[in-house]
Design a protein around this ligand. Structure first.
Ligand code: SF4
Length: 336
């Protein structure tokens, strides 16, 4: 262990009060500490670039209040059936050429079912993995056997978000429980897959809920290797369409606190990035965000395009993180 890591140990026994205390610090102290934690475990000049493709859009039976893909809400999202493997592979190739090292595939399913569609996803995972990219899927709830099948096909990570605190959760989703989500995370972890799990800020929750989400994540048996922090994109037709925008500072505090309490994880600045100026994004990187989604769409909501991002990263002196670095990396870059 590098000396600087001693100040920011990887712990899963955080109390909620400890996390609240970190979160409540004066903003600049919080960012400074987060930047130190970041440097203890990661090369701060690197940003992981992931591309997310919606492989099956809309028509989802769940009721997540933020989601334009839920069948019960009347949004402008046009449903499409599951793409074929060739279409998926072509998108992955495009993403790779544009500098992405990770390719994520999202299907608007309640859960994985053992049918031809899952077989197709297995095939897609095999082919994208063979291209040398880290492959991630987000397909809803799954059981242990399905998680193992994905692992055997070469899946690197599985995304399944907790969304918010246990207390606020049922204000946002009623069709499945927090425990259902925790169970899926357990199946993913036990299959030996990397876990990508985070949440959404700006859904009307309080500071205490944002801390509650971070507390749940940081006290899982193992920290998720990747923690996406999304800002709500209020989409017309969803129950949250009129939700007032959360001040940027709250998002920044959430990112910085995530970085301190889960120092070895990748913290991903995810949905809502189009709403942030380059200066705001710079603060997020300073506060420990080290992963972004690239490509002009995030499932169904807008995202900055490749060129815009390339210019911004060049300005900040940031470079793309190579694929599979977590498996190759021996020592962290302490003072890079
Ligand atoms: S977030 Fe996922 S599970 Fe929830 S409605 Fe949207 S697609 Fe369905």
């Amino acid at each position: 262990m590098h000396e600087s890591q001693g100040h920011f140990p990887v712990r899963t026994n955080w109390t909620r009060e400890e996390i609240q205390y970190i979160f409540n610090q004066p903003l600049l102290s919080l960012i400074f500490q987060a930047a130190q934690a970041h440097r203890a475990y990661h090369d701060p000049s690197e940003v992981q670039m992931s591309t997310l493709l919606s492989v099956k859009t809309g028509g989802c039976p769940e009721d997540c209040s933020y989601c334009p893909q839920a069948a019960r809400y009347h949004t402008d999202v046009k449903g499409t059936p599951l793409l074929n493997v060739q279409e998926i592979v072509e998108s992955a190739l495009k993403a790779k050429e544009a500098g992405s090292s990770r390719f994520c595939m999202g299907a608007a399913w309640r859960e994985v079912k053992d049918n031809v569609h899952f077989d197709r996803m297995i095939d897609a995972v095999k082919q994208v993995n063979a291209m040398g990219m880290e492959v991630c899927c987000t397909l809803g709830m799954l059981n242990k056997e399905q998680a193992l099948r994905l692992k055997e096909a070469g899946l690197h990570s599985y995304n399944h978000n907790l969304d918010t605190s246990p207390e606020y959760y049922d204000k946002v989703i009623q069709t499945r429980t927090y425990q259902d989500r925790l169970d899926t995370l357990e199946h993913v972890r036990e299959a030996g897959l990397n876990v990508c799990c985070g949440g959404i800020v700006g859904m009307g929750e309080s500071d205490a809920d944002r801390v509650g989400l971070l507390h749940t994540l940081a006290t899982l048996p193992e920290h998720p290797q990747s923690v996406p922090v999304n800002a709500l994109v209020a989409v017309k037709g969803t129950p949250l369409e009129k939700q007032e925008k959360l001040p940027f500072w709250e998002m920044l505090k959430t990112i910085a606190t995530a970085r301190i309490v889960m120092p070895a994880s990748m913290v991903r600045l995810s949905a809502g990035r189009t709403e942030l100026s380059a200066a705001e994004q710079a603060l997020c990187f300073m506060a420990g965000a080290n992963s972004i989604f690239t490509g002009d769409k995030l499932l169904t909501t807008p995202n900055p395009d490749f060129n815009e991002d390339a210019t911004m990263l060049q300005l900040f002196g940031l470079k793309p993180r190579p694929a599979f670095k977590d498996q190759n990396q021996e020592a962290p870059m302490a003072n890079a």
